[in-house]
Design a protein. Sequence first.
Length: 442
Amino acid sequence: MFPSPSHVNYLRNIAIFCGIVITSISITLFAFNLIKSNGYITAVGVNVGADFLAFYTGGTFYNQGILEHIYNLTPEFRFSEQLAYQQNLIGEDFKGHNPFLNPPFTAVFYAPLAKLPYLPAFILWQVLNFGLLICSVIMARRELVSLQALPTYQLVGCCFLFYPTFGWVLYGQATPIILLLYCLFFFTLRKGKDFRAGFYLGLLAFKPQLTILIVLVLLFKWRWKSLIGGSLSLCISLMIGFILAPEAMQKYIEVSPRFLDFLRLPNYPTWGIHSFFGFSSLLFDELSPQITNIVIYILSGGTILLLWLLWKNIRWQENQKIWDIAMAITFIWGLLISPHLFFYDLMLLLLPAAIVFNFLPWLIKHDPQIPLWIILTCIVCFIGKFHISLTNSFAEQFDLPKTYLQITTPIIFYMGYRLYCLARQISKSNQAVENISKPELS
């Protein structure tokens, strides 16, 4: 049954109210954190810029010509030279460690920022990223007709109603760069320019885990031009690394297979990982890491199978609505398969959200509960981080088993699953109608 306009307006008002509450709380916490900071150390004991410190470290080591030393790993899983540099930069009160784990070719691009003092470099970094976010919004608004009902500045404001966007601001991450590359890939692919789209996707060589499911879809549908374009940009990135920092590239190849072990260190903030890995490790690692691995393989393999079942019934861009929704599902589930998906990375859900919004009246007609799940997804992306963090503190206080049920990952997956059921049902119906309309062979 199609919801009445009053019900739609009611759900919209609920969404706006939840967004305003989340935004208000986020701004308040952010302001308090800065006002109560002591030098480069904020009120919660984290350095100003948080993860940007890692990028700044990589750029500095490259500028000093010692980038190969950045990957020197001790038996205790510490990058001692990075840690010494960061403590000297931030101050003796700095107790954390934000290691630079990106490939060496990314340090080349951080090098110009590292020539500035730390705080101006961080401010410039945030300004650049904000500009890239605006570029993504402008691109989405140009390509998705329904978004044109709102001016650009309001759409940018809507991005900040989603808490993970504030996560990017708080941590100084590179998420807007990834979002822009996602948008360039999707909208270029949507226009049938496969090679160029693949080239944009290959530029995510610094975070290849975020492309796994997308590449599999390109393989399923044998979009060979996209695969060639992606291979080309990947090779260019690697070539830059081997030309400008050959020793660092060799060192990175040796050390990088051990990076996944960082996610299981006792002091690692696993509570912030919102993926199949984070969900499984929080729930089963206390019992057995082997059980965790099995669950991760089952969830990832099952998701890949579902996606194959979806795409095998969809002809490439024959039905634009179904194709767009299928791509939105691919982006949503592709994030969950990534082992390291910290809560600020959920900002990448803005692209599938824009795709869904573009067809929202049509989606509601087929599934009236879609708005409710959109609202619920936004809420859990806000409370999910705090829920696990508080549960962890409670478990430590009362010496309880550290087994946690993370709510973010299953809700995001189910949101994708509702879209999946809808897209698969309609694509099957279209196929059945097509088969009936075909003349029988005598």
